[in-house]
Design a protein around this ligand. Structure first.
Ligand code: SF4
Length: 487
């Protein structure tokens, strides 16, 4: 994958990128292996909790309440954060958020007379707004400190998963990236050696760079606190060593109360990485003299979220706690990997979140990137009904298209046929006659249509159509009645 940004505004439609992805057998192998491993771990730790379904319901209720009281929660968060010594900024979109970060980082670096560098904690929100590219354009070099994000950054790649951004890379590929970028020619692909190389690479930067940028898993309205959970400890380093800390969080990350963590900190790690608890759970509130960063900023980002909230069918999308379980469970994601979605948000959650953040002006193919099997809904720790939102978005996409679009014409024609038994039977007869010249028989005797003319060919371009049976169910039933009249 190239270093081109995953930008839904310029990405090709999903079927085009997905066709290339599924042709890459190494990529498919990597994605399938990684998702299978995480899914098995998740199933094990979820199975330990008889109350798992109750926790899911509690998580859903908490997130529903958080969004229903969003405006009040954000105001409480702002007031409490400021009272604790933090500074709160509001950004309507990516441009505003990036401009605020660059201004704050520049001012801090100037004060500390430091080199133009900044530490980064893994954050999908900063990926969403393209912060790294904006920092580079401003002459500031960002250092990703999460191991997977570091692999992505050094490989000039893009994240392909919410929790495991380098999930599409295997150990050998990671070794090659580290060898090339760190100049470690005799590095092996042993995970401990790879982690050791990353640790050495980052340690010196942790000690040198005085400014860090983080995301947030949760914002706590009742205390003004910010919560970040992670597995490696790199986040903890960034939250304690730098003198200035800047956190960017989508406004949807807010929880009304600290006590809500009781539920989400049980469901998130189990769903995300198959761990009972994250090894590092950091919660910080404002600043405290002599302890950690002495300057703390929070940027609250909208970037389309209030519009998502306004849609009664789509708003449950904002309940997401970014665990990635739906990605690991999705049969489509397992085949294509994340880059095919043309957005930093991939998999089932990406298929509903990205089009909504784009106001359906872009990413219109994503709601169709699903078989609607429901596996995503079953694993979601906050019970987001992703299939329901996908169908809703498909409806919205069709409404936006011209009434002469092929899909609209096909549906109108189908409607006409289904409304009349006479027309429906005539269409079945016509179909059976027409298919005689198109169908072929496979070795098992099944009949298939592999080619259809014109626009209908879009269907057979990627799959075969089962041949119509020589007799419909109704015909069979009527015939049966004639042979064995019912008493
Ligand atoms: S939609 Fe649900 S399963 Fe998917 S990332 Fe969000 S919380 Fe996790």
């Amino acid at each position: 994958m190239s270093d081109h940004a995953l930008d839904p505004r310029t990405a090709a439609p999903f079927p085009i990128i997905a066709a290339k992805a599924v042709a890459d057998s190494q990529l498919r192998k990597n994605v399938r292996h990684a998702t299978d491993v995480i899914q098995a771990k998740r199933a094990r730790v979820v199975g330990e909790l008889p109350e798992w379904q109750d926790l899911r319901s509690a998580g859903e209720a908490i997130r529903r309440h958080s969004m229903a009281t969003l405006s009040e929660n954000l105001q409480r968060f702002e007031a409490n954060c400021i009272q604790a010594g933090g500074q709160v900024h509001w950004a309507r979109n990516s441009e505003e958020a990036n401009a605020i970060v660059i201004r704050l980082v520049t001012e801090a670096l100037h004060r500390f007379e430091a080199q133009p560098e900044v530490l980064k904690i893994k954050s999908m929100t900063t990926e969403e707004i393209g912060l790294n590219r904006a920092l580079e354009r401003a002459g500031i070099h960002p250092y990703e400190t999460d191991l997977a994000e570091l692999i992505v950054q050094l490989g000039k790649d893009q994240p392909s998963h919410l929790v495991v951004p380098a999930l599409h890379k295997n150990r050998q590929q990671i070794r090659e990236i580290f060898r090339r970028e760190m100049g470690l020619t005799d590095l092996s692909d042993d995970p401990i050696e790879l982690a050791g190389a990353a640790r050495l690479y980052l340690r010196e930067r942790f000690l040198r760079v005085p400014v860090a940028v983080s995301g947030a898993n949760f914002l706590l309205a009742d205390t003004g606190g910010v919560c970040v959970v992670e597995s490696e400890g790199n986040g903890r380093m960034c939250l304690t060593l730098p003198k200035t800390l800047i956190t960017i969080a989508g406004i949807d990350k807010v929880l009304p109360s600290y006590s809500d963590l009781d539920v989400v900190l049980q469901t998130l790690p189990r769903s995300a990485t198959g761990e009972r608890m994250n090894p590092y759970n950091s919660i910080w509130t404002g600043v405290r003299e002599g302890d950690g960063p002495q300057e703390f900023h929070v940027i609250l980002l909208d970037n389309g979220r209030t519009d998502v909230l306004a849609d009664e069918h789509g708003r449950q999308t904002l309940h997401c706690i970014r665990c990635g379980a739906c990605q690991n469970a999705c049969p489509v994601y397992k085949q294509t990997g994340g880059h095919a979605y043309g957005s930093v948000y991939s998999g089932p959650i990406g298929a509903i979140l990205t089009p909504q953040l784009m106001h359906l002006e872009h990413a219109q193919s994503l709601p169709y990137a699903s078989s609607l099997c429901g596996a995503c809904y079953e694993v979601c720790p906050v019970k987001i009904n992703i299939p329901e939102v996908l169908v809703h978005l498909r409806h919205e996409v069709v409404l936006r298209k011209s009434s002469f679009a092929p899909e609209a014409v096909a549906m109108k024609t189908a409607g006409l046929l289904f409304r009349s038994e006479r027309r429906f039977r005539a269409a079945q007869r016509l179909g059976r006659i027409t298919q005689r010249v198109l169908e072929r028989e496979d070795p098992t005797g099944e009949r298939w249509v592999s080619w259809l003319p014109g626009l209908l060919g879009q269907w057979t371009a990627t799959r075969d159509l089962p041949g119509m049976p020589s007799q419909t169910f109704r015909e069979w039933w009527e015939q049966r009645d004639q042979k064995e009249p019912r008493s």
